[in-house]
Write a protein that binds this ligand. Structure first.
Ligand SMILES: [Zn+2]
Ligand SMILES: [Zn+2]
Length: 347
């Protein structure tokens, strides 16, 4: 079969011929319906050797959904033909974090080294993906895997980041979403579904801000405006935001986030742009908590699927055949993807 693989660090990925894997005991072979092209893959391609605990080659694609093709011995929870969403962070499955389904924070991550399919192990940008355990597959019901694939990262990541701050998002509160691309548009829909907060979207691109307004943002602010922080604060009635979600993570967005958060708020960094924030006593409002989050738990992913099945959230998907995966990433890098680019190996 064809697979879109990262072959070496800092080199463009390649479409290569690889054998179809055979599921061993406990494993499941998934026929890939959709594999999302994530912005974090662009960082992964650019990073130097030695930064990650794993090395290429491996098939890209850590945001996957499809249909069960074949199951290994002892697999009883899924059957061939089932539509499934692949939970992306693959932990040990046995530590305390994994037992509460938060494999994104597996205690044995350092020892396992690889982080999941598309992140050290072969991912979903191929006709088939081998998933090492049935616990990593969640039922999609009537949802189409090609449309649902982004739920496993583009929706789960902001869902987790928002859920931990939900108790602060009371009526009259504000949430600021910095970065209105695929993740940002999903974050805005999730905020609308989960909280009565006023939503403010920030981005440099006018078309992304238009999409943010359509997704439910009540105010939109150009990040490159000289008075961007004042505009955002005005949109929060001058009080600052209970939650600032930085989906970009550059120096400028972190600095903006600290200026528009309110005392006792949360400044939550999700984006991987690699910016830094010089923390000092006066660098952010009093008791404003600065935290990173990484992905989410499998139970949270079940909740995300419920929201999608109820029609409360929907990823805007641009479909690409596997042969055009390279082009999808080029468009993503150029900021020309509307919503989420999804590679559909079965057409
Ligand atoms: Zn991702
Ligand atoms: Zn674990």
């Amino acid at each position: 079969m064809q697979a879109f693989q990262l072959v070496a660090w800092q080199q463009p990925p390649q479409l290569r011929e690889v054998p179809v894997p055979e599921p061993d005991a406990g494993e499941v072979l998934v026929k890939v319906g959709g594999a999302g092209a994530c912005h974090s893959d662009l960082h992964l391609m650019d990073w130097p050797p030695g930064l990650m605990a794993f090395d290429p080659p491996f098939t890209l694609g850590h945001e996957n959904a499809g249909w069960v093709e074949r199951v290994g011995a002892g697999v009883r929870g899924v059957r061939p033909g089932d539509a499934v969403l692949v939970y992306g962070p693959w932990g040990c499955g046995r530590c305390a974090a994994c037992r509460r389904s938060a494999e994104n924070y597996c205690e044995r991550q350092a020892e396992i080294a690889v982080m999941g399919g598309g992140l050290g192990r072969d991912g979903g940008m191929a006709e088939y993906e081998l998933v090492p355990a049935e616990r990593l597959l969640l039922p999609l019901g009537e949802l189409d895997p090609r449309e649902a694939a982004p739920l496993s990262d583009a929706a789960l990541t902001p869902y987790h980041a928002i859920k931990r701050s939900l108790h602060k998002l009371v009526p009259g509160s504000s949430a600021v979403v910095i970065g209105a691309g695929g993740l940002g548009q999903m974050a805005i829909q999730l905020l609308g579904a989960l909280a009565p907060a006023r939503i403010v979207a920030v981005d440099v691109a006018p078309d992304k801000l238009a999409a943010a307004a359509e997704a439910g943002a009540e105010a939109t602010v150009r990040a490159d405006a000289p008075d961007a922080a004042e505009q955002v604060r005005a949109a929060t009635r001058g009080r600052g935001a209970e939650l600032v979600l930085d989906l970009v993570g550059g120096d400028a967005t972190l600095a903006l986030g600290a200026r528009v958060a309110r005392p006792e708020g949360d400044l939550t960094l999700v984006g991987l742009a690699g910016g830094t924030f010089p923390l000092s006593f006066f660098s952010q409002p009093y008791e404003c908590a600065v935290a990173t989050t990484y992905w989410g738990s499998a139970i949270e992913l079940l909740e995300v699927i419920e929201l999608a099945r109820a029609g409360r959230i929907r990823a805007h998907v641009e479909r690409y055949p596997l042969e055009r995966a390279g082009e999808a990433y080029e468009r993503l890098r150029a900021g020309r993807v509307e919503g989420r680019a999804v590679i559909c190996p079965q057409g």
